[in-house]
Ligand binder design. Sequence first.
Ligand code: ADP
Ligand code: MG
Length: 228
Amino acid sequence: MIEAHHIVKEVVTSAGTLRILDDISLAVAEGEALAIVGPSGSGKSTLLGILAGLDLPSAGQVQINGEDITAMDEEGRAAMRARYVGFVFQSFQLLPSLTALENVALPLELRGDAQALDTARRFLERVGLAARWHHYPRQLSGGEQQRVALARAFASQPKILFADEPTGNLDTATGETINNLLFQLNREAGTTLILVTHEPVLANRCHRRVTLRGGRLLNGETALPVDP
Ligand code: ADP
Ligand code: MG
């Protein structure tokens, strides 16, 4: 489903060239859930952005569904993301001027889906927020906002869901509810999941984990028990 070959990411800073990612290769099969763990600053978010086609590596190649996204122009990558990819971020990233319903419906409307509002309602119901459809993000708690973000991500039925510390801004109990929902939705849809997390419990719910340390992969081959 997704393959990364020898990814290097360098940025130029006032102190010289900084290598954020150093020769990362990995493959994730269709329907698999991979956890990316590692300390803060180890390059997890940078790697996720490159795998998802939001950012380009300095060297190396990423293939999604056999297509080399690192060879595409920005327009090509945007089209690929719209077709295959969903995101959930630590900071929710809802549009503040749109209601919950409009936030969920927007990506569907952008791709010309005539059923956008119906689908959005269905997914808000699925995350337990049917009654809050007309509320704006500022009127919702953090956990509720992340539910809206989950509804938005899954409503477009992505082949691959990228989640970057999705419960990082939530208290433990709320985070657990969101995690349960994330894995439930993921199982129902058979989505390939790539999850960045600090939490060992969450990483253990994935099929496999890799650890980043200073921009390098530690134990890329460590297999973990499969969550049925
Ligand atoms: P993580 O998500 O694991 O905390 P990041 O991928 O956000 O790590 O960042 C990895 C390292 O690269 C950090 O030290 C960060 O400060 C640095 N970094 C990321 N993006 C840039 C950039 N555009 N310019 C300079 N340094 C950056
Ligand atoms: Mg990060």
